[in-house]
Design a protein around this ligand. Structure first.
Ligand SMILES: Nc1ncnc2c1ncn2[C@@H]1O[C@H](COP(=O)(O)OP(=O)(O)OP(=O)(O)O)[C@@H](O)[C@H]1O
Ligand SMILES: N[C@@H](CCO)C(=O)O
Length: 294
């Protein structure tokens, strides 16, 4: 049996829609695989009741098919589905790494990124690699149509998850169809600032570069209490706040000494809007971990 732990991830980081992603130190999914004649899936853990076990509808099914690697796949969810924390992508990334090892396919982690992306496409409607790339490779990732660049950044983060669900498919429907030149210039400036901050391990630049006027405002409307939570996090010292992935998770960048206060302020902010929430005090972390022959 092969076991893989794949981390939660936060996609977009505001200014990098469908391109930027970051691996979070926690939470994570754990996937175990054993060879079988046909693929079967068992799901347990956080939000398991909302996840289909049919291989045609679970992200790991498409991965097993793409690798021609039928298996009994057990998924222990640590990442709630429809969270904006890369729940569906974490399972897909873990399955890709585990099945590659189980069947000795010899593919590199980079080779596995588009294969895990096929799993993501089954639930979100189209391929985007900004969750599966950091889940496999770790760090801060820039995924383009050509390749993936990785920066092993050291940035403290808070990911706050409210008890509401937003599906990626629905959140993609509210993304504006186009942008003005002024909006493009603004976005490029912020994205470049964020990337510079990641390369310098500078939470101030990262936070500044998270601001986005294009996709995030449309999605914020789907998250009850978002504006209050954002203000509360900034008042508690966050250097930047944005919607995590497609939401409803909210991500804050910060200095380590402010992380605890920011986590409490974000949970309180959701509570003020009548929404229960939990906060993960985390940081940019490593990619999926393989535990062979357990
Ligand atoms: N292995 C899986 N893990 C989690 N969700 C899955 C899985 N397989 C299928 N799904 C389905 O995918 C949907 C959740 O994926 P979605 O992309 O909406 O959320 P997310 O991965 O938490 O968010 P984001 O990609 O914005 O970070 C749910 O409908 C869920 O049932
Ligand atoms: N880039 C994707 C990530 C969510 O899976 C989106 O925001 O729709």
């Amino acid at each position: 049996m092969i076991t893989v732990r794949a981390p939660a991830t936060s996609a977009n980081l505001g200014s990098g829609f469908d391109v930027f992603g970051a691996a979070l130190d926690r939470p994570a999914d754990v996937v175990r695989v054993e060879k079988a004649h046909r693929t079967t899936i068992d799901v347990t853990g956080y939000g398991a009741e909302f996840i289909p076990e049919d291989p045609d509808r679970n992200t790991v099914g498409a991965v097993a098919e793409a690798l021609d690697a039928p298996a009994h796949i057990r998924i222990d969810k640590g990442i709630r589905p429809s969270s904006g924390l890369g729940s569906s992508g974490a399972s897909a990334a873990a399955a890709a790494l585990a099945l590659n090892e189980l069947y000795d396919r010899g593919l590199s982690r980079r080779d596995l990124v588009p294969i895990a992306g096929k799993g993501e496409a089954t639930v979100s409607g189209d391929v985007h690699l900004d969750n599966v790339a950091p889940a496999l490779l770790g760090g801060f990732t820039v995924a383009t149509d050509r390749d993936v660049t990785v920066v092993d950044a050291d940035i403290p983060l808070v990911a706050c998850l409210p008890e509401i669900a937003v599906s990626t498919r629905d959140a993609r429907d509210v993304v504006p169809a186009g942008a003005t030149m002024e909006q493009l210039i603004y976005t490029v400036g912020r994205a470049a600032t964020l990337t510079t901050g990641m390369c310098r391990d500078d939470p101030r630049l990262v936070g500044k570069g998270m601001h986005d006027r294009l996709v995030t405002p449309a999605r914020a409307d789907l998250i009850a209490g978002y504006d209050g939570v954002r203000e509360a996090a900034l008042s508690a010292g966050a250097t930047g706040v944005t919607v995590s992935g497609a939401g409803p998770g909210v991500l804050a960048a910060c200095y380590p000494e402010d992380r605890q206060d920011i986590a409490a302020a974000m949970v309180d902010g959701f509570e003020d809007a009548g929404v229960d929430a939990r906060a993960y005090q985390t940081e940019i972390g490593r990619g999926a971990t393989l535990y062979p022959d357990e």
